[in-house]
Write a protein that binds this ligand. Structure first.
Ligand code: C2E
Ligand code: MG
Ligand code: MG
Length: 566
């Protein structure tokens, strides 16, 4: 302790005790606010010895980063009540910053020149940085480091206030990646994360200082642009699309990313944060419906379709409970033997108001709602039982094909569920064929391949649906020994072009050489039938033989087909 301090402490014995045992930094100033004493804790915290600061104003510790009003409050409080406690962001001798929790007390003496101030400070930097980190984490997305929805809403709220004072517009954009779920499912979550990170960097590089980008959740990003007009906003949106023309490299693969954007404006389309976000979301939703990779500006009434969608969602849940779902069947015909050899189970929804709904309308919804696997399993059980009935009625060789989604495959007990369905129906596994669609890259998944192998060993068949529409058709064939290829109907539709004819020829030739059987889907006319027969395909499915029909109509159609061929 230095001499000034000792001199002072001698006159104030109880204060001396306190000073000696304190871990807190201590500083005394005289009536002219000059530092006259500091203790060793002060030296430890600030890096300054008494020699460094003696005679100086305590403002030597100022970092310039504490807001001015804090000092006003401080002097105000000291002059009113003789003391002040608060937090200051100060600077050490070496220039580093530290947070101090300070109590300053003015001790008045009869002679004003004997009055002094005691400052007691504690270094609370660690706690403050932690608090700041926590605040940052609570308001930022951990993956992309972008502001999260909480912070976004806060900042948008501020921006709306400023805009309304200045009579300006604010654009709110809702941006959603197209088919992100597919990417996640096909390449794994790690790849999905990497993609989101790289995407957010690209978005951020376009928006820069023009506005604020946030990761709103999942694959959704929101952006607001203060003080803009519609032309400037469109300019920014074009720049966003341009930024995604080049592929994003994820796990050494080039992914071409498309996204859908919805835009709305303050104050025209809403005056508060929630309304603006809802309307931008509706506009984005409309973009998705109209083909994706585009943008839409909000228009009155867009919410209504959204509400309709929501009600379809609740209706679907009701439909599952109230058994409005039904399995239709479509025949598969052996062209040479001229008899139906198989039948494909295709789900339908007997909607009480909307008639019979096609799976193309409600399966994507079921997928989003997470009920896809349940629906598939139900279809599987129905189809096995119905097929067993047909076997008993004399169609003893009929093979039933059931479409299986990735969601159902991913159930850990998928294999035993299929076995149970077969056992319940008392159907020989050889009469069940599982259809997998190549679009969802199911065969890329090792776990699913293992499950398929187990079932295949039991005699269950596997066919690859919609063949030729995915981009990795041929590589899929190397991954798993499938039994049947189903050539997608798009190749045979309408007037068959020479290119499509060549593709069909190639697929059939390749399948024959690999000993894989081929079915052509979508055969509607005799011309199409002879075209595929000439190329060496002997199995067909299509409206020419039968449309998908309810189970109880199938028997009649099968009998008529057999009779007409004989
Ligand atoms: P998919 O498995 O490729 O089924 C063939 C689709 O082509 C069926 O459409 C069928 O009605 C239609 N089709 C058959 N022949 C012709 C024809 O000659 N001309 C034309 N224009 N179309 C024909 P649908 O029933 O609407 O099913 C669509 C898709 O929904 C199916 O395609 C399948 O991928 C999926 N799906 C249907 N039921 C289920 C199910 O229970 N589970 C799963 N996971 N998916 C299903
Ligand atoms: Mg199918
Ligand atoms: Mg198909």
């Amino acid at each position: 302790m230095n001499s000034a301090f000792i001199r002072f402490a001698k006159n104030h014995r109880n204060v001396e005790m306190l000073f000696n045992y304190m871990n807190d930094g201590l500083m005394l100033t005289n009536h002219r606010h000059e530092i006259i004493a500091v203790n060793s804790a002060f030296q430890r915290i600030t890096g300054y010895t008494l020699k460094d600061v003696e005679g100086m104003n305590p403002s030597v510790l100022k970092s310039g980063k504490t807001p001015k009003h804090v000092y006003h409050e401080m002097w105000d409080s000291i002059s009113r009540s003789g003391t002040w406690t608060g937090e200051l962001l100060n600077e050490r001798k070496d220039g580093t910053l530290f947070w101090s929790f300070i109590t300053i007390t003015k001790v008045e003496q009869p002679r004003p020149e004997d009055s002094y101030c005691i400052g007691i400070m504690r270094d609370i930097s660690e706690r403050k940085w932690q608090e700041e980190q926590m605040k940052y984490n609570a308001s930022h997305d951990t993956l992309t480091k972008l502001p999260n929805r909480v912070l976004f809403k806060e900042k948008l709220e501020e921006a709306l206030r400023t805009a309304s004072e200045n009579g300006e517009k604010v654009a709110v954009l809702f941006l959603d990646l197209d088919r992100f779920k597919k990417i996640n499912d096909s390449y794994g979550h790690q790849a999905g994360d990497e993609l989101l990170m790289k995407m957010s960097q690209r978005i951020q590089s376009v928006i820069g200082e023009k506005g604020l980008v946030s990761r709103f959740g999942g694959d959704e990003f929101t952006i607001f642009l203060p003080a803009v007009n519609e032309a400037a906003t469109e300019h920014v949106i074009s720049a966003l699309f341009a930024a995604f023309e080049k592929p994003i490299i994820v796990h050494e693969k080039e992914l071409y990313i498309s996204m859908s954007i919805g835009a709305c404006f303050f104050p025209e389309h809403g005056e508060d944060v929630e309304t603006l976000l809802k309307n931008a979301d509706s506009a984005m939703y409309r973009t998705k419906e109209e083909g994706r990779n585009h943008y839409q500006r909000y228009e009155q009434g867009m919410n209504e379709t959204f509400a309709e969608e929501l009600s379809l969602e609740t209706e679907l849940l009701k439909a599952i409970r109230q058994q409005e779902l039904e399995v239709y069947y479509q025949l598969q015909v052996d062209i040479e033997k001229r008899i139906p050899f198989g039948i494909e189970a295709l789900i339908r929804w007997n909607h009480p108001l909307k008639d019979v709904l096609s799976p193309a309308i409600f399966l994507p919804l079921a997928e989003e709602m997470g009920v896809m696997a349940d629906i598939d399993e139900w279809v599987l059980n129905e189809a096995c039982q119905q097929t067993r009935r047909w076997h008993r009625e004399g169609f003893g060789e009929l093979i039933v094909s059931v479409n299986v989604s990735r969601e159902f495959f991913k159930r850990p007990d998928f294999v035993s569920r299929v076995e149970q369905a077969l056992a319940r129906a008392e159907l020989d596994p050889a009469y069940l064929c599982l259809e997998i669609t190549e679009k969802t890259a199911i065969l890329q998944d090792e776990d699913i391949r293992a499950k398929l192998n187990q079932l295949k060993q039991k005699g269950v068949g596997v066919s690859l649906d919609d063949f030729g529409t995915g981009y990795s058709s041929l590589s899929q064939l190397r991954m798993f020994p499938i039994d049947t290829l189903k050539i997608d109907q798009s190749f045979i539709r309408g007037q068959v072009s020479p290119e499509n004819q060549a593709i069909v020829k190639l697929i059939i030739g390749m399948a024959n050489s690999l000993n894989v059987s081929v079915i052509c889907e979508g055969i509607e006319t005799e011309e199409q039938l002879s075209l595929i027969r000439n190329e060496g395909c002997y199995k067909a499915q299509g409206y020419l033989f039968s449309r998908p029909i309810p189970a109880d109509e199938c028997k009649g159609v099968m009998e008529r087909l057999i009779q007409s061929f004989t």
